[in-house]
Design a protein around this ligand. Structure first.
Ligand code: CO
Length: 356
């Protein structure tokens, strides 16, 4: 594992389209990769769409679940106007302020991709008062360059068709990359890198993987995945807001770019197990992996559901800091992903010998 292999996989995962409930392109890609590289003893897609995998341990002591969600926020077409404009309903938590003027990509019934632009009433035709107000999604439309409802529907685009904001993967200075859906294809990348390491260097505990669907609309895949896999310990690998940008006071910043994986103490969905966190921190220190603590209490993750699965699962969250999540373009530093893989690897090997 190196920065290059992390980057190659990050680009592939990020460019797949899979909004909540429509993750098939992503789940097929991940299952194929696991099978081709023979990364697990068992891997399958469950009834809800999660990709589940098991790597048996040498002694099969604990069952450690690593969870990352494969869905991304997007939208469903809710109506096609007779002039060919599309109306849409957001899926997941969009920042409405940044939607206007954005390029989007629509996936037709046959899987063909169409480009579009989110528009609204042009500025020349609005009053000063109107321009000061936030435009509601119901007053926006998507223009895909077609002129009638019939023309649109002939392409297999109709009510229920999905799409998302489009954003090509790009290099930035300092090993930073920009792209779409880093939340949480980054976590999927970490899980696959861990599987690759496990293939070379097995561990004692059994490691379970859930590439989970439908996180953005209520962590639904995490519920069924944890039920099936019956973990005794769990970690959700996420992308978290690195709001280390102008206008945010130091005490309000959840996490920083470039300071390594962020370990959650608590968020709105979980009070993380202090035992799991102790095992993370002691092993990070022993392996000299940089880490930071995420400032409570922002957000919620799959761990919120996993820790209350069955009779309870000691759980925590480890996140790769990322700027501008839930916007069209996310920005992160590749070595934060590398250090997250190193931290999870140190955790499952547990050289610090912390019992949970
Ligand atoms: Co996420």
């Amino acid at each position: 594992m190196n920065i290059e292999s992390i980057k190659t996989l990050q680009e592939k995962l990020s460019e797949l389209i899979g909004i909540s409930g429509y993750e098939d392109d992503v789940s097929k890609f991940i299952l194929n990769l696991i099978k081709e590289e023979q990364l697990a003893d068992k891997a399958w897609i469950d009834q809800l769409g999660n990709v589940l995998a098991v790597v048996n341990g040498k002694q099969n002591e604990d069952r450690i679940l690593l969870d990352a969600h494969i869905d991304e926020i997007g939208f469903l077409i809710s109506h096609v106007d007779k002039e060919g404009f599309l109306r849409f309903a957001p899926i997941g938590g969009w920042d409405v302020r940044i939607l206007l003027g954005q390029p989007v990509v629509i996936r037709s019934e046959t899987g063909k991709l169409y480009n579009g632009i989110i528009g609204s009433k042009p500025p020349h035709l609005t009053t000063v008062a109107e321009r000061k107000k936030l435009v509601a999604i119901k007053d926006m439309y998507i223009d895909i360059g077609m002129f009638s409802k019939e023309e649109v529907e002939r392409q297999g685009i109709k009510m229920g068709t999905t799409g998302t904001l489009s954003c090509p993967f790009l290099d930035f200075p300092n090993d930073m990359v920009r792209g779409k859906a880093f939340d949480d294809r980054t976590g999927c990348n970490v899980l696959i890198q861990i599987m690759r390491i496990l293939k070379e260097k097995p561990v004692n505990d059994t490691i379970l993987f859930n590439f989970a669907v439908q996180e953005e609309i209520g962590c639904r895949g995490a519920i069924t995945g944890a039920f099936t896999l019956k973990p005794t310990i769990a970690i959700a690998i996420e992308n978290t807001t690195a709001a280390d940008v102008p206008g945010i006071k130091d005490h309000e910043i959840p996490a920083y770019i470039g300071k390594g994986p962020a370990i959650t103490i608590a968020d709105n969905s979980i009070i993380c197990s202090s035992k799991v966190n102790e095992r993370l921190i002691k092993n990070a220190e022993l392996a000299k992996v940089p880490y930071q603590m995420k400032r409570p209490l922002y957000g919620g993750t799959d761990a919120g559901k996993i820790h209350i699965s069955r009779d309870g699962v000691p759980s925590s969250v480890v996140s790769v800091p990322c700027r501008y999540i839930h916007s069209p373009t996310s920005l992160l530093k590749l070595d934060d992903i590398l250090h997250t893989v190193e931290l999870i690897d140190a955790f499952i090997r547990n050289s610090a010998n912390i019992k949970i």
